[in-house]
Design a protein around this ligand. Structure first.
Ligand code: AQP
Length: 351
């Protein structure tokens, strides 16, 4: 379930970039305000952003324009946006080290999306796994925004001369497309964009559904028992872990033919910061019940400090609002400067 081999090279690259550079590398990543943020978002993305924010020049974006690719309402989008800002702050993003802003506050994202669509092939978009998964058999009815999602994502990233994009494994294909779009643009119009690298960690990059370990944990999963929300209370967390599917047999081991146990052990290992082998040894011969009960304790205690900070931030929405206003101003200054260069490269504007 965890794609360590595929992603180890990028983690090494990440280390070498940090060591060899005198100036801090630019990090950009985004998250959609599209629902209940879960352990997958936390372990695959947010926690990594927090852990490495001191080492990089960071921009983190609440991508509300992306969230429009699925049907939503004004109230839902507004609530989710503020809630996500609070989650990011509660998880430890620090506005003094990272720009945190809302995508629609910087209009250059939408403008660059259109310009990049001119160097993106329709076939590339139609072949994206995320589009195929989300469109399913209804690809005639889904929004065109769902198809265009990766072009907007490329715009988000390229607008800020991003070096590294810390994401979960599901986004790898989109970052590869971003690189192709940037390279094609540079070839046609001259060197304009930095080619970004995905920063995908060796573990936690694909946390799986608790109900079906062949599917990733996802906000849009209709089954609430499939994921652990960052806001779930201790009883809910314990119940979800107790009923999480397991593999045949009773050994607590990670193995290719034990996707459910591998997923649960990975969650335990990432949150407790213990190697999987130590955890396997601890539960040898003890069966799934004892393991699941302790895993629930680990999850509850890991989330408790975030939840306490979140409760405080929810009482004071003005804190997040002020962070977002300030973040938008700082992001906009960079985006406006970049778009002057992009427009000039493309021959737009004669003045
Ligand atoms: N299951 C996961 N395991 C590890 N990382 C994950 N991410 C998402 N799911 C997992 C990472 O979280 C970041 C933010 O994701 P997003 O909100 O932009 O959208 P997503 O990837 O489409 O996530 P969801 O939860 O599945 O949302 P919906 O259902 O709304 O599409 C990204 O870095 C992502 O890799």
């Amino acid at each position: 379930m965890v794609t360590g081999q595929e992603t180890g090279d990028v983690a090494l690259l990440d280390e070498s970039i940090k060591r060899s550079s005198n100036t801090r590398q630019r990090v950009f990543s985004g998250i959609q305000p599209s629902g209940n943020f879960h352990l997958g978002n936390y372990l695959g993305a947010i926690r990594n952003w927090v852990d490495q924010q001191a080492a990089f020049d960071n921009i983190f974006c609440i991508v509300n324009l992306h969230a429009l690719s699925q049907a939503t309402t004004r109230e839902t989008l507004r609530d989710n946006t503020l809630n996500l800002a609070n989650v990011l702050l509660a998880a430890g993003l620090d506005p003094s080290q990272s720009i945190i802003f809302v995508q629609s506050d910087v209009r250059e994202h939408a403008e660059l999306c259109w310009l990049l669509s001119s160097v993106t092939q329709f076939g590339e978009l139609r072949r994206m796994t995320q589009f195929k998964d989300k469109a399913g058999s209804k690809d005639e009815q889904v929004s065109a925004a769902l198809l265009f999602y990766p072009v907007l994502q490329a715009a988000d990233i390229l607008l800020y001369d991003t070096n590294l994009v810390p994401v979960g494994e599901d986004q790898k294909q989109h970052i590869e497309l971003t690189r192709d779009i940037a390279a094609r643009f540079n070839m046609r119009y001259g060197e304009t964009f930095v080619l970004p690298q995905p920063d995908i960690k060796a573990t936690g990059a694909r946390v799986m559904s608790l109900e079906d370990p062949t599917k990733k944990m996802s906000k849009s999963d209709a089954n609430p028992n499939a994921s652990i929300a960052l806001t779930d209370d201790p009883d809910t967390i314990r119940r979800k872990i107790r009923r999480a599917v397991t593999d045949s047999g009773s050994d607590v081991v990670a193995a290719p033919d034990k996707p459910a146990l591998t997923n649960l052990l990975t969650i335990y290992s990432l949150l407790s910061e213990e190697p999987i082998s130590i955890i396997e040894a601890r539960y040898a011969g003890k069966g799934y019940g004892a393991f699941k009960s302790d895993l629930a304790d680990v999850v509850v205690s890991s989330l408790s400090s975030i939840q306490a900070r979140l409760a405080e931030l929810n009482q004071h929405p003005e804190i997040a609002r002020s962070v977002l206003v300030d973040g938008a101003e700082r992001a906009r200054a960079r985006a406006v400067a970049k778009m002057i260069q992009v427009r000039d490269s493309m021959g737009l504007g004669l003045y």
